[in-house]
Ligand binder design. Structure first.
Ligand code: AR6
Length: 177
């Protein structure tokens, strides 16, 4: 399954994939970080469509068109604000799972994820990286999804190196993470 996953360093708004995932907030009305960058690059029509969605709960996901982006769609998900409590990891995992489900329901093949919750929401990158990779791996193992390519795109080289190391660690293992 690890052969369907790749990591990149850079700006998610530049990617030519079927869907990019937005680390949004529950209003879905824009914000800073990757959310702000996606709205700026997609143009005002994205906000217009988002207004009609009625927000999104933490761990859930909603899909829109990509407008001026190269990506055909944006999947908006809301990560947990890191609290250090046990429920954080389940909620973060749900963001990845529900985004993949939505991509599959829309017959999409390629999807790119930023490091959800790892900016303003304060999730430690090493923990979040494991949750991201393991959730995606488990999902792809099922073999029933239309998704065949998952990109994790990291803004900083430090974050990229953490993902690279973890992906190497698990790629030799036959099962799980
Ligand atoms: N491409 C890829 N990754 C990026 C980009 C980009 N253009 N810009 C930032 N990142 P954050 P969160 C990385 O704060 O923690 C917003 O205001 C960034 O380095 O964007 O889920 C929303 O409206 C970090 O690793 O999202 C919410 O209110 C990662 O993306 C809140 O922030 C996520 O950082 C969500 O916080």
């Amino acid at each position: 399954m690890t052969d369907m996953m790749e990591i990149m360093q850079g700006d998610i708004t530049k990617l030519d994939v079927d869907a990019i995932v937005n680390a949004a907030n529950r209003s879905l009305l824009g914000g800073g970080g990757v959310d702000g960058a996606i709205h700026r690059a997609a143009g005002p029509e994205l906000l217009e469509e988002c207004r009609k969605l009625g927000g999104c709960n933490t761990g859930e996901a909603k899909i829109t068109k990509g407008y001026n982006l190269k990506a055909g769609h944006v999947i908006h998900t809301v990560g947990p604000v890191y609290s250090g409590k046990a429920e954080d990891s389940g909620l973060l995992s749900q963001c990845y799972f529900n985004s993949l489900q939505l991509a599959s329901q829309n017959s999409l093949k390629s999807i790119a994820f930023p490091a959800i919750s790892c900016g303003v929401y304060g999730y430690p990158i090493k923990e979040a990286c494991k949750i991201a990779i393991c959730t995606v791996r488990k999902y792809l193992e099922d073999g029933k999804s239309s998704v065949t390519r998952v990109i994790f795109i990291l803004f900083s080289s430090k974050d990229y190196n953490i993902y690279e190391k973890y992906l190497e660690e698990i790629s030799g293992r036959l099962r799980g993470c």
